[in-house]
Ligand binder design. Structure first.
Ligand code: BES
Ligand code: ZN
Length: 850
């Protein structure tokens, strides 16, 4: 291992840095393998700090020269940074370092992607650019001069000078180093313009490589919508003369909110109807909004330390979800978010990687950009809003921006603005930030003399480091339905604060049916033992769109679990319920397509495990296939009519309406292919005039065991478009049968286009392997071994992406002894790899529970 004893950083050890930074001047002399970075930094002693050690972070740097107040000095340099004696008064630090962007495959710091220079500094990448106090509570104004012969030279802030071979940028807003960015390349601008609410003109540009000009329009429109929405809804105006977005092909994450210069993974910004699916369009719109919204929630107000990551990420995810709800359909967005939370956050929170929304320790911060920090962090804000109400939320946010603009803050600061706004004591609510694990709510009902009593109990299982749990404040939105389906009590938010608590509803004529956790009002598991008939009733009548969908989902899950456990036949409640939903032409097509979704196989495995069964991935797969087939047969007569309902006359638009029709059309095609062997899908494929249709048809064909000709045709058509080739790789793994999945995946890794050093390509294949539940868990462990082989290979090249993908193994303890042993053996093999990165070491040891 690289670090004999990896160091753990603790929240409780926070200390301010001994010096403040008044200004930073950077000069870059770009060269592929020997870029020179000259820094000139004005420091002064920090009156708030007690420790005056002058330590600057620095990694993979060659120090050429260091100067303090004009006098050359000799710092004490290690592989983590340097220390040196400094005056006890303001002073100027100057340094020249050399770095090698051309060999930077980790994609952190300054690196190269297709001949273009770009940076990624969050969380701790700036230290790979120059020596600096690389921590978010050190904020400063930056001036950056770039010398290089590339046509486009960009950095943060406003342009302050340029000529042949150089450009200078000045960012007037103090910022932490993680928001620094530089881009240099042969790029083309897709321009745009925005006038802010106070009448300032902002120049917008989306910078892409030649050839991608045709994929910019949608992203640019999304940016303008985001700018307008943040003004309208949060009163937040943009604060520079220019806003640039750059698309890069090699990027570990989706995108990054660098001040005035957002850098995006190409897959998260480039779009065209021919090459992008509706899901791509929706994701792009959301990511552009997300990174733009960080300008206020993240940049103007940043994090004191990385333990506070949810301060900016949870809030910004919450804001981008609000934006998507406003731009598209609120219920559909809520359902998507619940599906996503259950698929990604619940397994994390209920396994060895469980950690609080605000973690208390870490070894490698990159490992804490998790579904818990992000998605549960956003849910916590949603609960807060539900508890205090919309108006108080708006006031609290205004206070937050007024009080903390320009500061590096904590969750305590955030909670305090809500306390000060509402007068409410939020001490117990704060447990959402410190307690890990998913609370489970169980329900008991009583009916007597016109009074309905609902008794809710909460319980959270022990998680790593937290054996005992205290009750949390859980907003449970409840409505009551009468026997005829009318709503007899409108939605009310019950505040569950005790381990067990009763709520009464009196004056009712008959025993109601309760619709609990409406709108998914809290990120919890609701254990409500409804009968199939009650679920079918809610599926038919619930006035809350989320819970209506949930009723169908629960009915599906109960049906599948019975099929798996008891070898039961698919129940008629589910099949008839689906038929009724599909027939209901008043229901939004997007909503109807969601109704047809099933719990993921991984979710079913979790449910089996939780109820004391050992999940058998093959049995789960078989049950899902059987239910799908039964559904197709049951709704068969309706399929032609449904198909005609999804036809679109208008020219292609990625809007929610059309996307919803295509989604339902896709679901119908899938059921149809189960009955006709793919005949209709082959027609659809041939007629497809957009990527959603083309990819859906191809997917249906492959799942029906056909489509090899179309698959080859697809590759020929799109082999020059890397984002579509990613889809071609991924789809083959996703649609492979359990038996063939490992071999299909291995064969793809031998394809000449498998550029495994590109994170998008690696994830397209290996991410799809991990997501193919029955294939990954195929008996014999071939899936496990294949993934481990590739993680071991990728680790020295790109530790961050390797570490993230280790989470494929996080559920290993759910399965039978043989599978457990095989997964454990692979995890141990990874852990024992010589020189394994700190990132991967931490992940594997946490998963193993070491
Ligand atoms: N700040 C992050 C990007 C980031 C993550 C940088 C981890 C360094 C390490 C950015 O704002 C972000 O959260 N991006 C998300 C997309 C977003 C829509 C949730 C991403 O990249 O996946
Ligand atoms: Zn973010």
């Amino acid at each position: 291992m690289r670090d004999a004893a990896p160091t753990t950083i603790y929240l409780k050890d926070y200390m301010p840095f001994g010096y403040l930074v008044d200004s930073v001047h950077l000069t870059f002399d770009l060269a592929d393998h020997a870029t020179r970075v000259t820094s000139r930094i004005a420091f002064c002693p920090n009156p708030e700090a007690t420790d005056r050690t002058f330590f600057l972070h620095g990694e993979d740097l060659t120090l050429i020269r260091a100067v303090i107040d004009g006098v050359e000095v000799t710092p004490n340099v290690t592989d983590k940074g340097l220390t040196v004696d400094v005056p006890d008064a303001p002073f100027i630090w100057e340094a020249v370092v050399e770095i090698d962007p051309g060999n930077n495959t980790a994609l952190e710091g300054l690196y190269m992607s297709n001949g273009m220079y770009c940076t990624q500094c969050e969380a701790e990448g700036f230290r790979k650019i120059t020596y600096y106090p690389d921590r978010p509570d050190v904020m400063s104004v930056f001036t950056v001069r770039i010398n290089g012969d590339l046509p486009v030279l960009l950095s943060n802030g406003n342009p302050s000078g340029k000529s042949e071979g150089w450009a200078e940028w000045t960012d007037p807003w103090p910022k932490p180093a993680y928001l620094f960015a530089l881009v240099a390349g042969d790029l083309i601008a897709h321009p745009g313009q925005f006038t802010t609410m106070s009448g300032r003109d902002v120049e917008l540009n989306l910078w892409v490589r030649p050839g991608d000009e045709g994929k910019c329009a949608f992203g640019m429109e999304a940016l303008k919508k985001s700018m307008k929405w943040d003004e309208d809804v949060y009163g937040r105006e943009y604060d520079l003369d220019m806003f640039n977005i750059v698309a890069v092909d090699d990027f570990n994450m989706g995108a990054m909110e660098n001040k005035g210069l957002n850098i995006f993974n190409s897959s998260a910004v480039l779009a065209s109807p021919e090459t992008s699916t509706d899901a791509n369009f929706e994701r792009i719109e959301a990511i552009i909004a997300h990174e733009y919204f960080h300008n206020w929630t993240g940049n103007r107000i940043t994090c004191r330390d990385w333990f506070q990551l949810c301060l900016k990420e949870g809030l910004t995810v919450f804001r981008d979800a609000q934006f998507t709800s406003d731009m598209r359909s609120a219920p559909v967005k809520r359902i998507h978010d619940a599906i996503d939370l259950r698929a990604r956050q619940f397994p994390e929170d209920n396994g060895p990687l469980s950690h609080p929304v605000r973690p208390e320790s870490f070894q490698e911060i990159n490992n804490f950009y998790t579904a818990t920090v992000y998605e549960k962090g956003a849910e916590v804000i949603g609960m807060l809003k539900r508890l205090v109400g919309d108006e108080a939320y708006a006031q609290a946010l205004k206070l937050y921006f007024d009080r903390h603009d320009g500061q590096a803050c904590t969750i305590e600061d955030w909670i305090k603005v809500f306390e000060d706004t509402t007068g409410r004591d939020l001490t117990q609510f704060k447990r959402w930030y410190s307690q890990s694990g998913t609370p489970r709510i169980s329900v008991a009902e009583d009916w007597q003399d016109g009074t309905y009593t609902l008794t809710l109990s909460q319980r959270t299982k022990p998680t790593p480091g937290q054996p005992e749990k205290l009750p949390q404040v859980i907003p449970v939105a409840v409505g009551l339905l009468g026997q005829n389906g009318d709503e007899v009590r409108a939605t009310e938010v019950l505040e569950l604060t005790e381990a067990e608590q009763s709520f009464t509803f009196s004056g009712l004529a008959a025993k109601p049916v309760a619709s609990i956790l409406r709108d998914f009002s809290a990120p919890v598991i609701l254990e409500h033992d409804h009968t199939d008939a009650e679920r079918a009733f809610l599926l038919a009548h619930d006035t809350d769109p989320f819970n209506r969908w949930q009723a169908g989902r629960s009915l599906a899950q109960d049906t599948l679990l019975r099929m798996i456990r008891e070898d039961a036949a698919p129940g008629t409640n589910y099949l008839d319920g689906m038929l009724a939903v599909l027939r209901d032409g008043d229901l939004d097509p997007a909503y109807r397509s969601l109704m047809l979704g099933l719990p993921t196989q991984s979710e079913l495995a979790a449910a089996l495990f939780e109820s004391g069964n050992v999940p058998d991935p093959m049995a789960i797969w078989t049950a899902v296939e059987t239910l799908r087939q039964a559904t197709a047969q049951h709704v068969q007569d309706l399929l032609p009519r449904l198909h005609s309902e999804t036809l679109i006359d208008a020219p292609f638009s990625p809007d929610a309406d059309q996307a919803g029709k295509r989604a339902l059309g896709g679901a119908v095609l899938y059921l149809t292919s189960r009955l006709d062997g793919g005949a209709k899908a082959a027609e659809e494929y041939a007629a497809a005039d957009n990527m959603t249709r083309q990819l859906t048809a191809l997917s249906c064909l492959l799942r029906a065991g056909a489509g090899q000709t179309e698959l080859a045709d697809f590759y020929r058509q799109w082999q020059h478009d890397r984002l579509v080739v990613d889809k071609w790789f991924g789809l083959q793994v996703t649609t492979a049968s359990p038996e063939t999945t490992p071999d299909v995946t291995r064969t793809l890794t031998e394809h000449p286009d498998f550029n495994w050093k590109n994170p998008n390509r690696f994830r397209a294949v290996m991410g799809a392997l991990a997501m193919n539940h029955a294939g990954f868990h195929r008996a014999g462990g071939a899936g496990y071994a294949l993934l481990a082989d590739w993680l071991i290979r990728l680790d020295p090249v790109n530790p961050q992406t390797t570490a993230r993908m280790c989470s494929a193994f996080q559920t290993w303890k759910r399965y039978d002894v043989d599978r457990q042993d095989r997964m454990k053996a692979q995890l141990t093999r990874i852990a024992d790899t010589p020189n394994l990165s700190r990132d991967t070491t931490e992940m594997v040891s946490r998963i193993l529970g070491a």
